[in-house]
Design a protein. Structure first.
Length: 459
């Protein structure tokens, strides 16, 4: 983070209107470092810094900043400065900003772009929300397949500075259709007089502009790519999607899943930027559902009122029974939801999941049941709180915990798969939801086991 002394020096330079030292100080820094500095400055001072930055650096710096700070700067920058920044931004980053701005501001901002950049911006914004088209950039290195290696290297020199990456270049035919993609080292290490057509194997992975962004994350992981081409229906190159954008999508999707797994709706904005009323609304819905679910627990307990009166000792273990089932279900739900999100398992693996969770549930239930049985046995040496039938009571706790934990792991493991099969988000089968479900059924299992084992003794 920016030191307080350095921050004060920058503010002092701005106040004294010493722009040349300011330009020199920031001119030697990378865009990401400049963005980090500007995060610690008030908007009015950050706006001054943007006026002294070169257009290309200003665009990259603006793209490196958080969306909330970008929106603040849009309001604080002059039209001329903002137009210069937006024209220098990578098209995909600019599209993300335009998505977040109010409609009237977006229309005004688009009018400030140069004709070429305006055409690109309008094309990208017109793609469906959360589609690959919103992520792609039309700035990439393309070379004709009939070129020589030496000619291809010259094209890279001429156009590479204005593209997001030169690690991969794209070979196209005379109609602009993708023929292959080549790593830069394949071209650099080839004979300068060789034909590009001799280096290609016509094997490549591509995307469509209407593909869902979330699906792209898996492709990048599978093929270890830094960029993937985006093609039209007839194979024409439209642009590329780069790894930095895919990482942003992965982070956004992971954040959404984590929030839903916590038992709430996913936030549309960062936590600190979300209005309080919206924050309450996002959390209240699921809390009410869970509360109503827990009311079923009270109803289930009311059905066993006679058992409570006959064997009050059974009530001592209700918190243990409820928490064990809920915790085991929450664990299973978390594991399965994450495995689904990273592609480790699919809906077709439901039977394998069922077998694993049955075995896991039995093992875990046996461990917890043994601890419960041991606890009753030890306490019996020092107190008669469990009475003369303590052995049967211990057996009841052991059997009940095995059954409840097995039911919890099965519920937590299979519910996300069921939701996935129905086309719903598995993350909505949150840990609190599974815990509430298992709480109610856990009590039924507990008292059913007690009714069988303790019949004729305590019951």
């Amino acid at each position: 983070m920016l030191g307080k002394a350095l921050q004060e020096d920058i503010v002092e330079l701005i106040r004294e209107r010493q722009l040349e030292p300011l330009r020199e100080a920031f001119g030697s820094m990378g865009a990401a470092d400049v963005a980090e500095v500007l995060e610690d400055l008030p908007t009015e001072y950050a706006a001054v810094v943007f006026r002294v930055l070169p257009q290309e650096i200003a665009g990259e710096t603006f793209a490196s900043m958080g969306i909330e700070q970008q929106k603040e700067l849009v309001q604080g920058l002059s039209q001329e400065t903002l137009a210069s920044i937006l024209n220098g931004m990578p098209p995909d980053d600019r599209t993300q900003l335009l998505e977040e701005l109010p409609a009237e501001v977006t229309r005004a901002v688009v009018d400030w772009l140069t004709p070429d950049e305006r055409s690109v911006a309008q094309q990208l914004v017109n793609y469906p929300e959360d589609s690959v088209g919103r992520l792609m950039t039309p700035e990439y290195v393309r070379i004709p397949q009939n070129a020589t290696v030496e000619e291809a290297l010259q094209v890279i020199r001429d156009t590479g500075m204005h593209t997001e990456t030169v690690n991969v270049v794209y070979v196209v035919d005379e109609r602009g259709r993708l023929v292959d993609d080549l790593k830069l080292r394949e071209i650099v290490m080839a004979n300068p007089s060789a034909k590009i057509a001799d280096l290609i194997d016509n094997q490549f992975v591509s995307l469509k502009p209407t593909d869902d962004q979330e699906q792209v994350v898996a492709l990048f992981k599978k093929y270890y790519r830094v960029a993937l081409p985006v093609l039209s229906a007839n194979g024409t190159m439209l642009g590329i999607v780069t790894l930095d954008d895919v990482l942003a999508v992965a982070e956004e999707e992971a954040t959404e899943d984590i929030q839903q797994m916590g038992g709430m709706e996913a936030l549309d904005e960062p936590y600190m930027s979300t209005p309080l009323l919206q924050l309450v609304r996002k959390r209240a819905g699921w809390l009410m559902v869970l509360f109503l679910g827990e009311m079923l627990t009270a109803s289930a307990m009311a059905n066993y009122e006679d058992e409570f009166k006959k064997a009050a000792v059974l009530t001592l273990f209700i918190p243990l029974i409820i928490s064990s089932g809920g915790n085991s279900g929450s664990q299973a739900a978390t594991l399965i939801i994450r495995a689904l999100s990273v592609g480790e398992i699919g809906v077709a693996d439901w039977f394998r999941v069922l077998k694993r969770e049955l075995m896991s549930g039995f093992a875990l239930g046996s461990i917890l049941g043994s601890i419960g049985f041991l606890r009753i046995s030890i306490w019996t040496l020092f107190t008669d709180v469990y009475g003369e039938h303590w052995l049967l009571l211990g057996l009841t706790i052991w059997v009940a915990l095995v059954g409840i934990v097995m039911w919890g792991t099965l519920s937590g493991g299979l519910l996300p798969l069921m939701l996935k099969r129905l086309g719903l988000d598995p993350a909505t089968s949150s840990a609190p939801f599974v815990a509430t479900l298992v709480d109610v059924t856990g009590l039924i299992i507990y008292f059913s086991v007690a009714a069988v084992i303790l019949k004729g003794t305590l019951l």
